[in-house]
Every structure is written in structure tokens, then in C-alpha cells.
Design a protein around this ligand. Structure first.
Ligand SMILES: Nc1ncnc2c1ncn2[C@@H]1O[C@H](COP(=O)(O)OP(=O)(O)OP(=O)(O)O)[C@@H](O)[C@H]1O
Ligand SMILES: [Mg+2]
Length: 256
């Protein structure tokens, strides 16, 4: 479903713009429907840049991203619109991602109207269904984001991403800003939703423990490159790259 080939992104923000930062350097991977690729690595290795490139929020220096055989960076207007719907991104900080001037009901209705997926009273029905799907009651319909907890807002952000019936979600540290108990609930929600909707996930996190719980495959990033990639149990159980070993030994309690 998703095929990323030799993706590169260089930023010219060195001294006098001379030495580019190779934020993403020759990254390749694929994601099948219903599968999760966990992208792990320390802060600054280029994980978020990969996520933004995949959904087309940024243009690459080189390489390609194909979704259902459509080239994300060469799509015409109509196809680009389709891609904007089928690939959604959820960010780390739910509070910043939701418009504080809009009520939760309006936040969830907006994408349905933009993509013409529902009209009139059906909009409200769909919004109610979305709230239920992410475990929030109808009482949240009239609330503002600042009247909700971080965990509740992240559920709203997930519901908004799901509202347009996507096939792929890029989840950029979706639980990192949350309390450990809420983190587990949101991961559970993501897992259940994935099974029901056959969604592909690119799950980005610096936390290998979290990644191990959700991912089928893990790619470990270091300085813009993927240094190790394979089935989750293999990468965690028998890591081959010294950087993965280092990541694993940096204070994690894995259930193995
Ligand atoms: N818009 C930008 N302009 C210039 N440099 C950038 C830009 N975005 C990211 N970078 C640089 O690219 C590198 C990778 O950043 P990125 O945000 O992808 O890292 P990350 O792995 O997501 O880190 P974190 O775990 O802290 O979120 C960093 O050195 C960062 O400073
Ligand atoms: Mg990041």
C-alpha cells in the first residue's frame, strides 16, 4: 500500500547555509494494509521528517513515496486531494493540534464537510459515531479542547484522522505527551481501530517499549538513516546493530 524509496531530505541550516543537515538520508520501507511499522530512534534522528514527507507535508530532496501506486509528490489536483484524505497524520501534542475556538463537534464535522463525506443531519450522526468509536460520550460534543484532558484531546485528534476513512495513519509520538495509564488506553484504541479498519500505521516513537507493543516491524533510525529493520521480535530480541543495542540498554523494561 505504501512504498517509500530512497527518501532524502536535506536542510540548509548550517553555517552560512553551506553544510546541509541530512535529516533523512536514503530511507526505504513499505507498509502493508493492517500492518504497523514502528520507526524508532533518539531525538533529532529524522523520524518526524520522514512522517511529514510521507503524508506530503514537505517536499523531499530526493526519492519517492508511492501510495496505492500514486506518486505523492507528482500527483495532480484530484489525486492529491484523494491522497490528503487517505493518509492522515496525528501529532504528539493534541492540545496544539486542535483549534481552541472550535467545539469538539465542529472539529470532527469539518473534515467530513471538506471532503464531502456527509451532509445535513448525517454529519451529526457521523460525529456521534466517531466520538463513540474513540470512547468519548456525546457530552463532549459541545466542549472546547481546553475543557478536556490531554488524553481526551488525543482521542479527538485520532477520531478526526479516522473521520475521512483513511488507509494509512502516520502517528508521530501519539502517546508521548500522555500519562502512562492513558498511554496504554490510547495504544489499545489504536490497535482495535487498526483491526477493524485494516489500517496501515507508521508509528513513530523514541520509546522502544511502546513501539514493541504496537509494531509488527521495527525500523531503527540513526542520523537520518535506517540502520536496522525487521520483525519486531527479532529487532528487540536479537538486535544486530550496535545503535539498537544502545537504544535497548537505555533504561527500558521489555517483557522478554
Ligand atoms: N524545517 C526544518 N528546517 C531545518 N531543519 C530541520 C527542520 N525540521 C527538522 N530539522 C532538522 O532535521 C533533523 C531531524 O529532525 P526531526 O524533527 O525529523 O527529528 P526527530 O527524530 O523527529 O526528533 P524528536 O524525537 O526530537 O521529535 C534535526 O537535526 C532538526 O533540527
Ligand atoms: Mg519528532
Amino acid at each position: 500500500m505504501l512504498e517509500v524509496r530512497n527518501l532524502r531530505k536535506h536542510f540548509r541550516n548550517g553555517w552560512l547555509g553551506r553544510r546541509p543537515v541530512k535529516a533523512v538520508d536514503n530511507v526505504s520501507f513499505t507498509i502493508a494494509p493492517g500492518c504497523t511499522l514502528g520507526l524508532a530512534g533518539e531525538s533529532g534522528v529524522g523520524k518526524s521528517t520522514v512522517g511529514r514527507l510521507v503524508v506530503g507535508l514537505m517536499r523531499p530532496t530526493g526519492g519517492s513515496v508511492c501510495f496505492e501506486d500514486l506518486d505523492v509528490f507528482r500527483a495532480g489536483r484530484e489525486k492529491a486531494r484523494y491522497l490528503r484524505r487517505k493518509m492522515q497524520i496525528v501529532f504528539q501534542n493534541p492540545d496544539g493540534a486542535l483549534n481552541p475556538r472550535m467545539r469538539i463537534g465542529e472539529i470532527l464535522a469539518e473534515p467530513l464537510q471538506v471532503h464531502r463525506l456527509a451532509k445535513g443531519r448525517y454529519v451529526k450522526e457521523r460525529v456521534a459515531g466517531l466520538l463513540e468509536m474513540v470512547g468519548l460520550g456525546l457530552e463532549f460534543y459541545h466542549r472546547y479542547p481546553w475543557e478536556m484532558s490531554g488524553g481526551q484531546n488525543q482521542r479527538v485528534a485520532i477520531a478526526r484522522a479516522l473521520s475521512v476513512e483513511p488507509s494509512l495513519l502516520v502517528l508521530d509520538e501519539p502517546t508521548s505527551a500522555l500519562d502512562v495509564s492513558v498511554q496504554a488506553q490510547v495504544l489499545q484504541l489504536l490497535k482495535a481501530t487498526q483491526q477493524r479498519m485494516k489500517l496501515g500505521y507508521l508509528f513513530i516513537s523514541h520509546d522502544l517499549d511502546v513501539i514493541y507493543h504496537i509494531a509488527d516491524e521495527i525500523a531503527v533510525m540513526h542520523r537520518g538513516r535506517i540502520v536496522e529493520q525487521g520483525p519486531a521480535a527479532t529487532v528487540i530480541g536479537t538486535p544486530r546493530h550496535s545503535y539498537t543495542v544502545q537504544l535497548l540498554s537505555s533504561g527500558l523494561a521489555l517483557p522478554i
